[in-house]
Design a protein around this ligand. Structure first.
Ligand SMILES: C[S@@+](CC[C@H](N)C(=O)[O-])C[C@H]1O[C@@H](n2cnc3c(N)ncnc32)[C@H](O)[C@@H]1O
Length: 348
């Protein structure tokens, strides 16, 4: 696969919007390395990509032959109030199509769109229908709608998204039903319109392409029996806490709460996803706490109601150096989002 020596300048748009985070060429290459065989003879559509700026466009142009792509379509969205300095072409949506015929052209022709290039517009939906695989980093703010459209059209896709999306009802349903899953790599930084880079700790790839690691079994070498104290029961969900994936006990038949990084290792033949301890799974809470006193690690006290926002563990004594909550003289800690899982079959 061909590499590019540096990332392209990201332009100098004055209007910085939250959706304007540009993917680095190296991050695209790192993930796409895993799917080479699945791209051959395929029509690839990047539907949120200004061909003049997008590293996705660059990547597929550069590797057109290597990957054996049939056709690349990129469409640029022109948001009506996003005024980009003196470049008349960039004031309307346009598309770029690369095929075997024009792949070596230095300046492939940009074709103006009728509309603004919104991925939901009828003309972009026509490109979507023509596509075999959609690959891009879509606007975070429209993520639900974006995935919904891909699923409705039965498309294969590989897209970048925030981990928080897992807690959205619509997205979690797809994960639970094994219709989408995580890719291989994480994306830690994005370019911004002013040329600077912004770091993220919670962004990765979502896909429905074949991902080999989903067929690999997690080796479970720990047991619940004899180590019950390492797996406290939640106070408000009917499940035990497993704070590290490598500690998933091989002999526990009930529901276990694991960090959301579990999804990076999920093998649907080995585990069943039951739910999540955040929003979508709130109906599974076995109790609702009255207002609590939150005590932060500096001892500052506040009255809050957030103990109901996830799984909790009841403690005999207040923890040291950690935020905790008090209700009726009892102590609790709250955990980050947990995926509730069950082992489908024992691997011992
Ligand atoms: C997170 S950025 C990523 C850009 C590019 N795909 C990349 O990875 O570098 C999302 C892009 O989608 C564009 N966008 C926002 N709303 C859109 C829409 N309704 N249809 C198509 N693109 C949209 C934004 O202007 C932004 O450039």
């Amino acid at each position: 696969m061909e590499k590019k020596s540096s990332n392209k300048s990201l332009g100098k748009a004055k209007d910085v919007k939250n959706d304007e985070f540009y993917t680095r060429f190296d991050d695209i290459q790192a993930e796409l390395n895993f799917y080479k065989d699945q791209l051959k003879d395929k029509v690839i559509y990047c539907n949120c990509d200004d061909p003049a700026e997008s590293a996705f466009t660059d990547f597929f142009k550069l590797n057109f032959d290597y990957l054996g792509i049939k056709k690349l379509i990129c469409t640029r969205y022109q948001k009506s109030n996003l005024f980009l300095f003196a470049d008349p072409v960039r004031k309307s949506g346009y598309r770029l199509e690369i095929t075997a015929k024009n792949k070596d052209d230095k300046k492939p022709v940009k074709i103006n769109l009728k509309g603004d290039g919104d991925f939901r517009s009828p003309e972009c939906v026509e490109f979507l229908k023509e596509a075999d695989i959609v690959i891009t980093n879509p606007p975070f703010s429209l993520f639900r709608e974006y995935i919904d459209q891909l699923v409705k059209h039965g498309k294969k896709f590989l897209i970048i998204g925030n981990d928080n999306a897992i807690t959205y009802k619509e997205i979690f349903k797809l994960i639970k039903e094994d219709k989408i899953w995580c890719g291989y790599t994480r994306v830690k930084e994005f370019g911004q319109p002013d040329g600077t880079f912004k770091k993220f700790g919670n962004v990765g790839w979502y896909t429905n392409l074949d991902v080999k690691k989903r067929r690999e079994e997690l080796i479970l070498y720990k047991t619940y029996k004899g180590n019950e104290k390492d797996y406290p029961k939640y106070d408000n969900y009917d499940a035990i806490e497993v704070s590290r994936l490598k500690d998933i006990p091989n002999d526990y038949n009930g529901v276990m709460g694991v960090p959301i990084s579990f999804l990076d290792n999920h093998n649907p033949d080995q585990f069943e996803i039951i739910n999540i301890t955040k929003k979508v799974g709130f109906h599974l809470r076995t109790k609702i706490y009255p207002n609590q006193t939150q005590v932060d690690k500096n001892g500052r006290r506040t009255i809050v109601s957030k103990l109901n926002d996830g799984a909790t563990i009841k403690l005999d004594t207040p923890p040291v150096g950690q935020t905790y909550y008090m209700v009726d003289g009892k102590y609790y800690i709250q955990l980050y989002a947990r995926i509730l899982i069950k082992i489908k079959r024992k691997n011992i």
